[in-house]
Design a protein around this ligand. Sequence first.
Ligand SMILES: Cc1cc2nc3c(=O)[nH]c(=O)nc-3n(C[C@H](O)[C@H](O)[C@H](O)COP(=O)(O)OP(=O)(O)OC[C@H]3O[C@@H](n4cnc5c(N)ncnc54)[C@H](O)[C@@H]3O)c2cc1C
Length: 563
Amino acid sequence: MPSHDVLIIGAGLAGQRAALAAAQTGASVAIMSKVHPVRSHSVAAAGGINAAISVDDDWHSHAYDTVKGSDFLGDQDAIEIMSSNAADEVMHLEHIGVTFHRNESGLLDLRAFGGASMKRTAYVADITGQAILHVLYEQLMKHHETVARYEEWFTTSLLQDDEGRCCGVIARDVRSGRMEVFHAKNVILACGGAGQVYRPTTNALIVTGDGIAQAYRIGAPLMDMEMVQYHPTTLVENGLLITEGARGEGAVLLNSEGERFMEKYAPNKMELASRDVVSRAEQTEILEGRGVGPDGSGIYLDITKVPRKRTLEALREIVNIGKDFAGVDITREPIMIRPGQHYIMGGVKTDVHGATPIEGLYAAGEVACVSVHGGNRLGANSLLDTLIFGRRAGEHAAARAKGMAMPNSSDAKLREDVAEIDAIIARERSGRRVSEIKNELGDMMNQYVAVYRDEEGLQQAHEIVKRLQEEAQSAYIDDRGTVFNQDVLGAIELGYMLDCAESIVVAAIERKESRGAQFRTDFPAREDEQWLKHIDISLNGDGPAVSYSPVTITQWQPEERKY
Ligand SMILES: Cc1cc2nc3c(=O)[nH]c(=O)nc-3n(C[C@H](O)[C@H](O)[C@H](O)COP(=O)(O)OP(=O)(O)OC[C@H]3O[C@@H](n4cnc5c(N)ncnc54)[C@H](O)[C@@H]3O)c2cc1C
């Protein structure tokens, strides 16, 4: 039976950074991923990573911008840690081989990003995530003697010992269908977000909230789940992302009257206000009849303002995306975009070391909520979050493992998970298909739990989630085999997505104010007196229970948020 000091579930940036940090302490480490590590969703990250590197910048300014971007819901101790460590982390990445863009003087080039008071986003064209992920994977190879890699293994459950400590996982080898118990002194969840709860989304098909749901199911609280980011520039046709880097390079937003409407909503920052503000502005223009396209559901993003040579050099991926997915040459004509689901600010509640309230269980990256993003994440802060808190979780977990005995557990949970999978495979083809339920969930969330929300829509969303949870119990699949049976994994993922959806909806119903990404048309004001607090969701019996935790304020008192 495999056993490790530190077992990391997820091999995106958070997972790989955690693995490297833990391995450097000499701990026995393993990293598990349901896809090959360099196919993790981090590979899609485009625009860059924030750090106060420039000589006239200061990490305090980065921290303040992040606090303001979060609509004062972010925990300031964690934000200070992230911002003050950012420059060293980016320099470390460069030293191990990430080819960040340099300017003509040979210095690291920085681009403008939303909500930032100066240019502080380091980038590799518009493939920054890919560049970093591949370099980290090379580094992981160097540690092949101490880091075991379980590639294409799907974790189904977290294991707990009799005292409730997390002591390993149950996982299925995707290639063969074999199920196994993995013991570990510490488990770090680095499983990414839950974007597939929505349709459309910029997130890959594998981003199904597995880690969030698995932690929730063993009693770990989730935090800030109501805070779901809609990115202002996703393709009208299919929700694919056009990076904020485009606006950072000078692209502008236009309505059907050819007006640069951001003048009305954010006269100082214009298109580079924070994402919640820009998405709401676009949605308002669309709802008030100034949208573009056949049904008026789009907005023009005009990238022709950026010199063509610069677009071809620094935004080359979105040149391809424009051509391949919208038939538009973005260097010559505007492209139609609209707000689309992009990121989950909430996740498994952790402290600044990545530790959850369940002993032995850590979380880092998009699966986690250390609350550096609060109500709204600033673009290019997520890659930073994955690396800083991935490293910290890896170091802390490795230190905790020292002097601990390897835990043990019965194989009851293994038998339970095997039986559950067999039962899914054996289901009659009489209920609904898994994919139908997933599509209904995504469309519904995009209708009722999006940029604008209200009580009636949210209550309806809750009813629908509960019905879909019932229907998922008998949803059927086609593949009855064992080898690469993605169908059965899809059925398991549907359960995770429904748990995530329920916690998002319940938290959104609970927060009766507007802050960050949560805009309630029935409660349009921010109400610090009552709502300057986190909403925590925990599993109580069969359903979610709500509690609150305080926001940590170190040096920036809440103030009116204007851009
Ligand atoms: C199109 C796009 C562009 C973006 N651009 C930027 C940007 O420029 N800058 C920025 O800061 N942020 C950006 N983001 C956000 C950022 O990319 C993500 O938040 C971040 O990469 C998440 O990293 P992660 O390590 O937490 O998770 P991921 O990279 O999603 O990795 C999750 C890992 O968990 C594994 N996993 C999941 N479930 C299981 C399971 N059940 N069993 C085993 N393994 C499992 C997966 O296989 C994978 O290895 C972008 C996001 C998108 C969608």
